[in-house]
Ligand binder design. Structure first.
Ligand SMILES: Cc1cc2nc3c(=O)[nH]c(=O)nc-3n(C[C@H](O)[C@H](O)[C@H](O)COP(=O)(O)OP(=O)(O)OC[C@H]3O[C@@H](n4cnc5c(N)ncnc54)[C@H](O)[C@@H]3O)c2cc1C
Length: 618
């Protein structure tokens, strides 16, 4: 346990070295399924080889039109250009094309001198994104401190974009969680005389204009936000930093969502890590040494009465309702009530859930974390970490404190290690933007041939594959909008390696259902299971769903809960009813036969991987 009392480093944007090349002229792709700004049109205008794409009339660079595997279109073409080529992936990797992360950090450093000299205006603002909390919020804290030191009021903004939700495949449950949290946030801020305004954005391409217009309307001279590491967000924020200066608005973006900001930890060779274990070995001592979690930021103080904010910003305080999601992103009332009970929103709930987990369960975490039949085996905090109602620093710090200064026991240590995965995947995203553009982390997996069998996909979605553990997990997801981590791995492996379906279809479906959907963790989880990702399980390691079922749900309790057709089965029958019951008994269950035979599917998967990767096939 590191000593207390030392200050956390002021975290404005990191300064990874800027690298500008003529090829940046070609930076046309923003096929980022998780991001909020489509700058394709204007960037495409800069591209050297521009072709007309018949499908939607947009101009896109020829360099994108490479679907080497000849697969079904996975890209949401309404918002994004077609899949980019492997060549472009390599250009990102070798630095010929500037990383979007560097575009933003460069914008911040390039304009720093100008931005600090901008004259104050009438207010300082914080723009909330997926950081929906008052406590330990870096951007909000910096905004509050700056407002106080300049004798100005603090006001807050949230942008509600239907197109973003659509483009990012944000699930209705996640949007609902966000809206419930915004209400709590608004009430908490109002107690501090700080208004929160929720602005509806209809055209996502104009997000930055909305922000600048809003700042001009309320005479905001200084705007703070926390960094999002997805491609389009980074590029949008980079533009906004530069555009802001032209309008005398100082826009600052802070690192906040990770315990250790991306790009800081480097291997001996100076590279960002691509494998988790060495990352963790470097992350853990860094957290102790640099006291990243020692001084958590307090919530902002009350706006000074002398600012008469209630009068000056009456319109912002007067907002009584938030925008309604589009029908396809809206929960039925009953469903909304059920999920609100299951997943109460807001930071107060997040902190009490964290306390309960630490007091009651963390010490057993290592033994229970892989057991989906145990509802309390893990923290259930992912929804809060992904919405930002809890900071990862708060989680790590509380866990260390709970261990009462002793060296961490296996439960506490194991849980902190899981939290580190979150940091790891965010830094993978920042350092490898191509994962945000429908591409495999390891480009050679591009040539693996996938199936696009819609009936198989639908049976997987509906939990009707005839593999009880897979079906239980898929039904848990459909009902609770959450799935246990072990089961996420089982169903993902089943989709790619038993059904041979394109992992990106599974990734997209998860995102469109999960209440804790997080692009970096979801993408990395899917790439891990399809063997194309960082720290990949080798392609020849293929989960056997039956073995997984017997090992991690030994008494079949998880299956019994989610697959009522099988609830009366006793003993080992529940894991494989088609083989372990007589045909007559099986028929009575009204449960499907296995959709594929695992052994044969496994062989086929191995063939596909070998041939896609150019390895000898026998
Ligand atoms: C295919 C697949 C898709 C996934 N999609 C998501 C997703 O969209 N959003 C998401 O938050 N997690 C995702 N995960 C990671 C993991 O399954 C969930 O974070 C975990 O199940 C959440 O439950 P918990 O909060 O009880 O976890 P705990 O076991 O209590 O862990 C604490 C926290 O650590 C982090 N964490 C734990 N395991 C992982 C992991 N493997 N990767 C990244 N972070 C981790 C999460 O923030 C989690 O809340 C995915 C994993 C796989 C295999």
């Amino acid at each position: 346990m590191p000593p207390k009392g030392s200050k956390r480093k002021a975290s404005s944007a990191a300064g990874a070295p800027a690298k500008r090349t003529i090829l940046s002229l070609l930076k046309v792709e923003t096929s980022d399924r998780s991001s909020s700004q489509d700058i394709r049109d204007e960037d495409a205008n800069e591209a050297s080889t521009v072709v007309k794409d018949e499908s939607d009339g947009d101009s896109v660079s020829q360099s994108h039109v490479d679907t080497a595997s000849g697969h079904e279109e996975i890209v949401l073409r309404e918002f994004y250009p077609p899949e980019m080529s492997n060549e472009r992936v390599r250009s990102y990797k070798d630095g010929t094309i500037e990383l979007p992360y560097t575009e933003l950090t460069s914008a911040l450093t390039d304009t720093e001198a100008e931005r600090v000299n901008l004259a104050p205006k009438k207010a300082v603002a914080h723009w909330f994104r997926w950081d929906l909390r008052l406590s330990d919020n870096t951007g909000l804290h910096r905004a509050a401190e700056s407002a106080k030191s300049q004798g100005l009021p603090l006001i807050c903004l949230y942008l509600f974009s239907h197109q973003d939700f659509h483009a990012h495949l944000t699930s209705p449950a996640r949007i609902d969680f966000c809206l419930r949290t915004l209400q709590i946030l608004k009430d908490d801020l109002a107690k501090l005389d700080i208004p929160l305004w929720v602005e509806e954005v209809t055209d996502r391409k104009r997000t930055q204009n909305h922000v600048l217009d809003w700042c001009e309307k309320w005479d905001v001279g200084e705007l703070h936000a926390n960094m999002l590491y997805e491609v389009d967000e980074l590029r949008r924020d980079a533009k906004l930093v530069r555009e802001g200066v032209k309008k005398d608005i100082r826009f600052t973006v802070h690192h906040d969502t990770c315990v250790v900001e991306p790009m800081v930890l480097r291997s001996g060779a100076g590279k960002t890590y691509s494998v988790f274990t060495p990352f963790f070995k470097s992350w853990e001592p860094y957290v102790y040494r640099n006291k990243c979690v020692q001084d958590l930021f307090p919530p902002p103080g009350k706006n000074d009465p002398k600012h008469t904010v209630r009068e000056a910003f009456a319109e912002l305080f007067s907002q009584t309702s938030f925008p309604t999601p589009n029908p396809n992103k809206r929960l039925e009332q009953k469903e909304a009530q059920r999920l609100a009970k299951l997943w109460p929103a807001g930071e107060h709930e997040a902190r009490s859930r964290l306390r309960r987990f630490l007091d009651e369960r963390v010490s057993k975490y290592v033994d229970t974390r892989n057991r989906p039949d145990n509802d309390s085996g893990t923290s259930g905090l992912s929804v809060h970490l992904s919405a930002g109602t809890l900071s990862a620093r708060q989680a790590v710090r509380a866990c260390m404190d709970h261990n009462k200064g002793k060296s961490l026991d296996s439960g506490h240590h194991g849980w902190i290690r899981e939290l580190c995965f979150r940091d790891f995947y965010k830094q993978i995203l920042a350092a490898n933007p191509h994962v945000c553009m429908n591409k495999a982390y390891h480009e050679e997996y591009h040539k693996v041939k996938w199936e696009y069998n819609e009936e198989h996909f639908q049976r997987w979605v509906q939990g009707k594959t005839g593999y009880p553990i897979v079906d239980a997990a898929m039904r848990q997801l459909a009902t609770n909008k959450y799935m246990h981590n072990r089961c996420r791995m089982i169903v993902a492996s089943f989709l790619c390696k038993d059904l041979l379906l394109d992992w990106r279809k599974g990734e997209n479906y998860f995102m469109s259902e999960l209440i804790d959907g997080d692009f970096a963790s979801n993408n990395a989880g899917w790439q891990f299971c399809s063997s194309s990702g960082t720290d990949a399980q080798p392609y020849f390691r293929i989960f056997n769903p039956l073995t997984q079922s017997e090992k991690f749900d030994p008494d079949g309790e998880y299956i019994r809960r989610w697959v009522p057709e099988l609830s009366k089965l006793k003993g080992k029958e529940i894991h494989d009813p088609a083989s372990r019951l007589s045909p007559a008994e099986f028929k009575k269950l009204s449960y499907p036969k296995p959709i594929v035979e695992h052994k044969a599917a496994r062989e086929l998967a191995l063939e596909r991987y070998k041939s896609g990767l150019g390895k000898n096939t026998r």
